[in-house]
Write a new protein. Structure first.
Length: 430
């Protein structure tokens, strides 16, 4: 099937590649990419960088920050010369202040690349900028895995406020209410998420998700439920399908969920979602956002610790092939579901566009990682949505570290693209 499509995939992929904005227009970003490339070549440096990024919000002073940084760098068996210089700087008090300030600015700059603002209101300018270019957005309130009911209540209240804020911002930009689009995480809606007792977490989260669905319906906004690690999958899927199957939600709001192609069981999950969609027809239809999955390292480590075989594909090519197979199944199932393909991989995206051949399709990218692809897609007239995390640096750490992991992984498409791999290689069948 995919081999017949190859000429069309190459045509779409080459046209998108030619539409990428010029890299030299954003020199700061090029600096970031060099730092990422350096970390990608050296596993110990990568580990030190992540531990440092993780500890940054907890540091009380620049001096403290510089001590942590040099502490991590000291552990490296071999340091590139530029980092050796940092360690030498940290020997004096003034040197430490300068190093701490530079490191704090570096982490803040890196975080700002991925995070649209401290609050939905602060991110309004970013949203207006996207909307004015014809690009849609989905806002995600950072802060996952709550540990108390009070925290879950606060997250639910912030989500309700964000829906109001987004609906107001969309109206102020003369956009339909459906452009107010919020992504939420179930692990933030309940402290009771446990794989051994899925009913407990589901019922607790339902008590907070139901009012959000009602609010979204009143406003005409879209609510999207993200997918997290495998231990929360059953709770999340049961919760979303049960709630959206309730009579009161048959006519809205617009809502969606996420399918992760790195999971070996994902074809069976899609069977379940499509069977549900057939038995619970709703207007508008459910949006299925297809992703590869952001918790690959976590799933592999977790499974190995228990002596289980990993639930995820262990070869990147297998994962990519499954992503393409699921893309085709989803597009063939429309309009039973609405399809959103979320990837920064030019091949995966070109495959979806070629297979859709003019059928309805939304393409989604993450702010900071998929900006160029998003611009190229919009320039070529495709429907694009940028996922925009919002929140402070402390809440954003887990998100930031996941994005850094992705950016520095050997198998990552963005890594191969940054290393200058030729477009034909990037577009080759997995
Ligand atoms: C708009 C948007 C929303 C998203 N929402 C979610 C979400 O709700 N939940 C979620 O989990 N993720 C989400 N993601 C992240 C997504 O799952 C991917 O992590 C990310 O997009 C990288 O995949 P890629 O296709 O862009 O890049 P690629 O470089 O083509 O793929 C990288 C991905 O391949 C997989 N992989 C890496 N190494 C291997 C290996 N050895 N064997 C098998 N597979 C491997 C991993 O999933 C890795 O993330 C979202 C992404 C976008 C763009």
């Amino acid at each position: 099937m995919a081999s017949d499509l190859q000429p069309a995939i190459l045509e779409v992929g080459r046209a998108l590649d030619a539409a990428y904005p010029s890299r030299t227009r954003n020199p700061l970003k090029a600096i970031d990419e060099r730092a990422m490339a350096l970390a990608a070549t050296d596993q110990e440096l990568k580990a030190a960088l992540f531990r440092f990024v993780d500890v940054t919000p907890a540091c009380r002073s620049l001096d403290d920050l510089a001590r942590h940084l040099t502490g991590f760098l000291d552990e490296l068996p071999e340091r590139p010369p530029s980092l050796d210089m940092a360690v030498r700087m940290a020997r004096s008090r003034t040197g430490r202040a300068a190093l701490g300030a530079a490191a704090a600015a570096g982490v803040r700059h890196m975080a700002h690349r991925f995070i649209a603002g401290e609050s939905p209101r602060a991110a309004r300018g970013e949203l207006r900028g996207l909307w004015s270019r014809g690009v849609a957005a989905s806002v995600d309130l950072l802060g996952e895995a709550t540990v108390s009911a009070a925290e879950a209540d606060r997250y639910a209240a912030r989500c309700a406020e964000a829906l109001d804020e987004l609906a107001e911002a969309a109206a102020a930009s003369d956009l339909p209410a459906a452009d107010a689009n919020l992504s939420v995480k179930v692990s933030a809606l309940t402290p009771l998420m446990r794989p051994d007792a899925p009913d407990l977490g589901r019922e607790d989260a339902a008590g907070r998700l139901r009012p959000l669905l009602r609010r979204a319906r009143e406003l005409g906004a879209h609510l999207h439920i993200d997918m997290e690690s495998l231990d929360s999958l059953e709770t999340t899927l049961d919760l979303v399908l049960d709630l959206l199957g309730e009579e009161e939600f048959a006519g809205g709001p617009s809502a969606g969920l996420v399918l992760q192609a790195y999971l070996r069981d994902s074809p069976a999950e899609l069977d379940r979602i499509l069977a549900w969609a057939r038995s619970c027809p709703r207007t508008p239809p459910l949006v299925v956002r297809l992703v590869k999955g952001a918790y690959w390292d976590h799933e592999v480590v977790e499974a190995r610790q228990h002596g289980w075989s990993p639930p995820v594909f262990e070869s990147k090519a297998d994962c990519d092939r499954n992503f393409e197979a699921l893309t085709r199944r989803l597009l063939d199932a429309a309009p039973l579901v609405r399809v959103a393909i979320a990837s920064h991989n030019l091949r995966s995206v070109a495959h979806a566009i070629a297979y859709a051949d003019g059928r309805e399709l939304e393409l989604q990218v993450l702010r900071g990682l998929g900006d160029e692809l998003g611009q190229a897609l919009a320039t070529r007239g495709h429907r694009v949505r940028v996922y925009c995390p919002v929140g402070d640096l402390v809440a954003g750490m887990a998100y930031l570290v996941r994005r850094l992991l992705e950016n520095t992984a050997n198998d990552s498409f963005l890594g191969a693209q940054a290393r200058g791999a030729p477009v034909e290689e990037l577009l080759a069948a997995p």
